[in-house]
Structure formats: structure tokens, C-alpha cells
Design a protein around this ligand. Structure first.
Ligand code: PLP
Length: 490
């Protein structure tokens, strides 16, 4: 623990009997409890007893212990940590929407259903798909939903021997995980040295036991897969469907459409491409789009419009059923619609080119010091394989920790698994050239430190409240309460 940076926790100020509020009496204090005795707690709740300023400082200090897009540059590759315009938050916090309940009669929720329906139409247009469900809660959840659609499609044709899904070795870990949860066996297809899928290897694995091929474009190395039309033809020839992991849609937004390339099913990470602050597990939304002919399998409920322009929800018999409580993570949907409407077509079409420009700018400014295993130009992100000079013993892990000392969030590290020292950088389109220059200068400083004073980098971070947690220990035995923390210290 870094004592100078340590901010005391609320329990350390607790004094028995101290109060941070005063409420008028409601006269109910002496009434008999209405709850049955078995449901009542037997011991007092362990709560800190503190004054109001202490409560405010506690939460404010806690919020500054966390790194966010609103506090600094966050080049976390694959995650598209773009700035979330504050107008989105204003829309999502609207009292009209916050007060809605899923069980309200649809005659009273026409506005909310219209938001859903409108966003689904926009996403269909952007993805080149026929229809979208907005119900899944995350990218991985969208993958699972999309694979369940594919399963339902094959089943509906009596084509039940297809028990495999093909996934490239560069894919995000959620791809094979989702396929396994959907009940499929995984076949891995190799990448070529330039990071793109080995089409010959893919061809050799395609047969009538393959249900789907999952692809990410641009892939996780930031390279555009140029052979998609050829791959789509092969996959369809074999009777399988082509799935698009749309977590990397950002550089293609408004420029190219997965539907036009031959993809049958896709998901979009609204919390990446369409803003929404995410990280630490949420919140998110992973809408799933399907080409014409697959709509009937989409999850329930579906939001439909009747000929009079009235909205209703439906659960058709062909639907694969419910994948979420109701119609998804609604406030994330609102942020996405707000983002689309405030940028407009022209604004949306600038996202991809600017994200691509920013990534190439950073890549070119650092590739004399950092090893670039797949030469550019890249799309929205790129991967270094650590420092060029491997003699210093400074690893990607050390570089990531040292960046924290300089106030930058670390890039994604050790992913993709194609390289030993992967350092995956995605600046996004919302960063100014001044911010990028400051990041570049810092990365150059770290490379110099690695050569001159490697121990400074190897022992980083020096300026964070918690310095060197044992990652394994922290995962196996997390200390999540103040009482356990006290025990640890004594
Ligand atoms: C983020 C990401 C996912 C998973 O999305 P979650 O919302 O985190 O479940 C899948 N594929 C790629 C390429 C991603 O970057």
C-alpha cells in the first residue's frame, strides 16, 4: 500500500452513535414489526456511523481511485473506449424513462417501444441486415444469441448433424466460449503471418458437420479481412452460416456493411461502437442482426409495428425464446440512439476514418522503438510485440504498469495470443492530436527508461495507491470487505 496516496476508508472514521442525517419522526418507531421474525436479521447491520461530509468524501475519493474515459486516455485495444457524449447521459437519465416498468400495458409504453423499434431499424441499415433484436445484454451474450439463431435455423431444416463452429485463432476468447455454451464443438482455423485467416486451412475444415464460421473484421490485429466474399461463398456452399463478431465495427461504421459482405448473423457492441461508458463488467448491450429469412428465430419478445404505426410486443412460436428479462439493457439502447441521432449520417461516417487515422498515427510514431509484427496500415487498432530491444528484460507487463504512473490507462496486454508480448493499442476517434502526442512521448520515454534505468520500469507502478498486487492471489482470495482488510493488515 502506498501510504502517501492512501485515502482512509469510511469505516476508519466510524464512531458509535454518530449520524449523518436527521429525519423528522414518523411516529412508527414503536410499532410492532410487520415482518415475520424468521425474516428479521438477528444482529445489527455493520454500517459505518459517520457525519455527512465523511460520506461525501468517501464516495468522491472512491470515484477517483478508478480510471475512466472521463479522467484520462484509455487506449484499451479491442474495447473501443471512446468518449461518451454527455447528452447521451441526459437522455438515459430522463425521468419519463426511468419510471417505466416492463409490465406496464403497451398502450402506456409506446414511446419506449418506438425507441427500440427506431434503433433496430437504424442498426439494420448500418449492418446491412434485415432485422435486429436489442435484447442481449453484452457482446458475448449477443454471440450466444446469434449462435442459438443459427442452431434454430439448422434444426428447422432438419439439418441436425451440424455440431461444430469454426473460430480463427486470433478471435476474442468469447467466440469459442459462446460456441461451447451454445452446445457446439470448436474447430480452430489458423492465421497467416499478416494476421488474416488462412483461407486454405478454413476450406479444409468445412464440411456438412459445420454449423457456422465466426469472423471478426477488422480482426483483432486490426487488419481488414479482404477475403470475406470468397469465405462467405465457401461457407454457404458447405451449408453453414457466417457469423460476424461486430465488436470491431467502429472503423467500418457507415463505410462498409457486414450484410453486403455475405454475413448472415452479427452482433454489435453498443457499449463500444455507440458510446456508453463500460468496463468492470458493464453496462452493455449486444444487439443481434440477421439477414432476411432468419427473422422468425430471433428471441422473444420482439417489438413490432402494426399497419397503423402502433407498437406491440410479440413472442412467435418459431422464436428461440427469451434470452433476457424483457427488452434488454434499455438505458444503453437510449444512449446508442442518442449517439446516432446527434452524430447524424455525416458524423457517423467520420467515425471510422478518424479512428483509423488516429491508430495509424500512433503506430507510425512508435514503430521504430516497439516491434510491429504485422506491418500496417492498420484499421482502428494495432498490436506491438513489446519493445524492439529485447535485451533490457522489460516486458509488456512492465510497460503497461509504467503507463499508469504517467496517468494513462494501459493498452490491452497479452492479447491476441498470436504474439508473446502483445500490446494492443486502440486510440479511438474521439482523441485529439495533442493527447495522442502526449501518449507517444510517454511511450518513447518508457522505451528510453527501459534502456537506461530498466529497474524503474520493472518496478512500476510507483504512483498508484495500490502498487504490486499478487494477481493470482487477488483472483483466488479477493479481499472485498473492510473487516477482512483489517485482518490482512494485522
Ligand atoms: C469486447 C469484445 C467481445 C465481447 O464483448 P462483451 O460485451 O465484453 O461481452 C467480443 N469480441 C470482440 C472482438 C471484442 O472486442
Amino acid at each position: 500500500m502506498n501510504r502517501e496516496l492512501y485515502k482512509p476508508l469510511i469505516f476508519e472514521f466510524s464512531r458509535s452513535g454518530r449520524r449523518g442525517f436527521s429525519l423528522p419522526s414518523n411516529g412508527l418507531e414503536d410499532h410492532k414489526r410487520e415482518l415475520p421474525e424468521v425474516l428479521c436479521r438477528q444482529t445489527e447491520a455493520l454500517l459505518p456511523e459517520v457525519d455527512e461530509p465523511t460520506v461525501v468524501r468517501h464516495y468522491t475519493n472512491q470515484s477517483t481511485n478508478n480510471f475512466g474515459v472521463d479522467t484520462g486516455f484509455y487506449p484499451l485495444g479491442s474495447c473501443t473506449m471512446k468518449y461518451n457524449p454527455k447528452i447521451n447521459e441526459e437522455m438515459a437519465a430522463s425521468a419519463v424513462i426511468a419510471g417505466l416498468h416492463p409490465s406496464q400495458p403497451v398502450s402506456t409504453t409506446q414511446g419506449a417501444l418506438r425507441i427500440y423499434h427506431t434503433l433496430a431499424r437504424y442498426l439494420s441499415e448500418i449492418g446491412g441486415m434485415s432485422e435486429f433484436t436489442l435484447n442481449p445484454y453484452a457482446g458475448a451474450h449477443g454471440e450466444l444469441t446469434g449462435l442459438m439463431v443459427i442452431h434454430a435455423y439448422h434444426d428447422s431444416r432438419g439439418d441436425t448433424a451440424r455440431d461444430k463452429v469454426i473460430v480463427p485463432d486470433s478471435a476474442h476468447g468469447t467466440n469459442p466460449a459462446s460456441a461451447a455454451v451454445a452446445g457446439y464443438k470448436i474447430l480452430e482455423v489458423k492465421s497467416l503471418p499478416d494476421g488474416t485467416v488462412d483461407v486454405a486451412d478454413l476450406r479444409s475444415k468445412l464440411d456438412d458437420t459445420v454449423a457456422a464460421v465466426m469472423m471478426t473484421n477488422p480482426n483483432t490485429v486490426g487488419m481488414f479481412e479482404k477475403n470475406i466474399p470468397e469465405i462467405a461463398a465457401m461457407v454457404h456452399e458447405a451449408g453453414a452460416l457466417l457469423y460476424y463478431d461486430g465488436a470491431n465495427l467502429n472503423p467500418m461504421l457507415g463505410v462498409a456493411r457486414p450484410g453486403d459482405m455475405g454475413f448472415d448473423v452479427m452482433h454489435i457492441n453498443l457499449h463500444k461502437t455507440f458510446s456508453t461508458p463500460h468496463g468492470g463488467g458493464g453496462p452493455g448491450a449486444g444487439p443481434v442482426g440477421v439477414r432476411s429469412g432468419l427473422e422468425e428465430f430471433l428471441p422473444s419478445p420482439r417489438v413490432m409495428m402494426d399497419p397503423d404505426g402502433r407498437f406491440y410486443v410479440d413472442s412467435p412460436g418459431t422464436s428461440l425464446g427469451f434470452v433476457s428479462g424483457w427488452i434488454g439493457n434499455f438505458t444503453v439502447l437510449i444512449r446508442a440512439l442518442s449517439y446516432i441521432l446527434s452524430l447524424g449520417t455525416d458524423g457517423l461516417m467520420k467515425v471510422g476514418p478518424l479512428a483509423t487515422l488516429n491508430a495509424n498515427y500512433v503506430m507510425n510514431a512508435l514503430s521504430d522503438l516497439y516491434l510491429l509484427p504485422v506491418p500496417g496500415p492498420c484499421k482502428h487498432e494495432f498490436v506491438f510485440d513489446g519493445l524492439r530491444d529485447k535485451s533490457t528484460g522489460v516486458t509488456t507487463f512492465n510497460i503497461a504498469k509504467r503507463l499508469l504512473d504517467y496517468g494513462f490507462h494501459a493498452p490491452t496486454i497479452y492479447f491476441p495470443l498470436l504474439f508473446h508480448e502483445s500490446l494492443m493499442i486502440e486510440p479511438t476517434e474521439t482523441e485529439s492530436v495533442e493527447t495522442l502526442d502526449r501518449f507517444i512521448a510517454t511511450m518513447r520515454d518508457i522505451a528510453r527508461e527501459a534502456a537506461e534505468t530498466p529497474e524503474v520500469v520493472r518496478n512500476a507502478p510507483h504512483n498508484t495507491p495500490v502498487r504490486h498486487p499478487d494477481d493470482t492471489e487477488a483472483a483466488l482470495h479477493p479481499v472485498v470487505t473492510f473487516m477482512d482488510l483489517k485482518k490482512e493488515e494485522s
